[in-house]
Write a protein that binds this ligand. Structure first.
Ligand code: CMP
Length: 137
């Protein structure tokens, strides 16, 4: 059993895709064990993207995630980390398979709708960052 973090980024919230993305997660028999709509602080977002610090796109992705409300979701299930990553599709929506969230709803890497943890270490770190109060799972 694994727990992973999913963020629905500001573009996904603005486009009213909260329900569609959450529906897909639940349809896969994964359990939502934490869920909130937040205006993320710059400090939280910089820590979230710490691995990208120094890269050309760092400032832009931090600004983007701070630009409006985001949904933070903790998702639990067997192999949840890989299952969610596969459901969301390739980071670059142009390479995302139809049937994935990005393959169906996104077109550019700057507005790729969701973030999801890449591995167990990242999941643990990101869940602590976004759910310091803990989850119900
Ligand atoms: P995410 O999974 O949230 O992790 C970092 C984000 O940076 C990524 O999704 C993209 O939205 C964004 N990004 C912008 N340019 C790039 C790039 N060249 N490579 C990877 N991620 C990028």
């Amino acid at each position: 059993m694994e727990t992973t973090l999913v963020l629905i980024k500001p573009g996904g919230v603005q486009r009213n895709l909260i329900g569609e993305i959450t529906r897909r997660v639940e349809a896969r028999q994964l359990k939502v064990v934490g869920l909130k709509l937040v205006n993320a602080s710059r400090a939280t977002v910089e820590e979230h993207y710490a691995e990208h610090k120094g890269k050309g796109f760092f400032e832009d992705v931090v600004n983007y995630l701070c630009s409006g409300p985001v949904v933070a979701m903790a998702v639990q299930g067997t192999n949840a980390i890989k299952a969610i990553r596969t459901m969301m599709g390739a980071t670059n929506p142009l390479e995302a398979t139809p049937g994935t969230v990005r393959g169906d709803f996104a077109l550019t890497i700057d507005d790729n709708l969701t973030h999801s943890s890449s591995d167990p270490e990242a999941a643990g770190r990101e869940l602590t960052l976004w759910f310091p109060e803990g989850t119900v799972g």
